[in-house]
Write a protein that binds this ligand. Structure first.
Ligand code: FAD
Length: 416
């Protein structure tokens, strides 16, 4: 049996951060990850989308979905007041994340020409656009526009950077190991984790277990240790589409994606190219290519009507209100595209997908405001499961700040 003071299951934005923080405080930490170790530039290999009524995009690899992220790092007043309303103050943790992830606003001169065009048109239409804070080292970025396939130049700071730093401080990492069972050991307070690794089984034991397998997978493990019907409920995915068409102007395919955005009523709109657009346009009989496309993402804050079933199956669900918000956003994005010079009849829309699964062990429903779980000593959650719906914004900044907060609670627990 492998023993460790702390075991962290899952190495994404949440798991990577909590493992980094505890290792840097001198605790003995084992981070287990189902996926493999890939470099930032190879992370497209780790795509592991989950098919459901709304397809959910994610990655399974060391560092998790953050490796595919566009580097957006948002913590605006709307998000923060919601978390404060739950009795959680993240001010100190957010400052630390900002520093660890080198979060800055893209300088105006580094904004892609298409983003600048969007910004001007959105401003003219009274939509009060903003520049997106990013965890991107702009001096390394070559503006290839392929952030979502991993960064070939390693210009994007992610959870993987924290894990690599923590390994130098003694963090132990095992990849290719999937946690399948969690239980309490009889006779002492240790927690047991059974894992599958390359066709075999392994047994691990720890004093503190941190579940950070992502909002789609944490609930199945938590439910084995904590009997609460709310575990797995409240799944949101922030559904989005990309729409666009050909025009006579700068392409949206190149440059940092989502470099600017407009935050509107229940949805956001931001410059974004999707490889799914050209086939959609071709199906409509519209001739377009990567060099002459104008395209925007519309993302909504869904109400969290999805669920992880006790079997582990994932059910995504958009309410009537979510669908209405998405249609409103698509309507507004069409107006923006037409104002930019795209012909209304030439606009195609991709299928709805989600990339921000969260809400399935939310603070205030499953986890207490101090990030402990009532009646479930030694077990902690540190991923997007903690965020109650709705969100509708890039969640990594919030997930990392919550993971730092969870690390404090775990430290208190271990020192008791
Ligand atoms: C294409 C794309 C772009 C995005 N862009 C942004 C962005 O710019 N900004 C932003 O804020 N957000 C972005 N997101 C969303 C963001 O990446 C996720 O919300 C965030 O990374 C989730 O972190 P997490 O720790 O909750 O889970 P994850 O990152 O999903 O990590 C969970 C990890 O646990 C592992 N795991 C699962 N089950 C087990 C198990 N049983 N045993 C062991 N390991 C397990 C998984 O393999 C995975 O590596 C994007 C997402 C995608 C897909």
């Amino acid at each position: 049996m492998v023993e460790s003071e702390v075991i962290v299951v899952g190495s994404g934005a949440g798991g990577g951060t909590v493992a980094f923080e505890l290792a840097s405080r001198g605790f003995q930490v084992l981070l287990i990850e189902e996926g493999e170790r890939v470099s930032a530039g190879e992370s497209r290999r780790a795509y592991s989308p989950l098919s459901s009524s709304v397809e959910v995009l994610r990655a399974k690899c060391l560092g998790g979905s953050a490796l595919l992220s566009l580097g957006n790092m948002v913590a605006d007043e709307g998000m923060l007041s919601k978390i404060r309303g739950l009795g959680v103050d993240l001010s100190a943790e957010l400052l630390r994340v900002k520093e660890l992830m080198c979060v800055t606003e893209t300088p105006m001169e580094k904004l892609p020409p298409f983003a600048v065009k969007f910004f001007r048109v959105a401003e003219y239409m009274g939509l009060k656009p903003k520049v997106m804070p990013k965890s991107i080292l702009h001096e390394l970025c070559i503006g290839c526009g392929e952030c979502a396939y991993g960064c070939r130049r390693n210009a994007k700071r992610t959870s993987l950077d924290l894990i690599l730093r923590a390994e130098a401080m003694g963090l132990k990492v095992t990849t290719g190991l999937r946690a399948v069972k969690a239980s309490r050991s009889c006779g002492d307070s240790r927690i047991l984790v059974e894992g599958e690794v390359r066709g075999g089984r392994t047994l691990l034991s720890c004093k503190a277990l941190v579940l950070a397998a992502g909002a789609l997978e944490t609930p199945s493990l938590l439910a084995q240790l904590h009997d609460d019907e709310n575990v797995g409920r409240g799944l949101f995915v922030d559904p989005f589409v990309t729409l666009g068409g050909p025009y006579n102007g700068e392409t949206s395919r190149l440059g940092v994606q989502m470099a600017v955005y407009a935050d509107l009523d229940g949805y956001m709109i931001s410059p974004h190219y999707s490889g799914l657009l050209l086939p959609q346009l071709a199906a409509k009989g519209v001739r377009a290519h990567e060099g002459n496309i104008a395209s925007l993402m519309v993302k909504v804050a869904d109400e969290g009507g999805g669920r992880i079933l006790p079997s582990g199956a994932v059910v995504t669900r958009m309410s009537e209100r979510d669908v209405e918000a998405l249609n409103n956003g698509i309507g507004r994005a069409r107006e923006l595209l037409v104002e930019m010079g795209v012909k209304e009849k030439d606009i195609a829309v991709t299928p709805v997908r989600g990339a921000h699964p969260g809400g399935t062990a939310a603070i205030g429903r499953v986890v207490d405001r101090d990030l402990t779980i009532n009646g479930c000593d030694g077990v902690f959650v540190a991923d997007a499961s903690l965020i109650p719906p709705p969100l509708g914004k890039p969640p990594i900044m919030l997930i990392m700040a919550l993971a730092l907060k969870a690390a404090k609670r775990i430290e208190e627990y271990l020192r008791r």
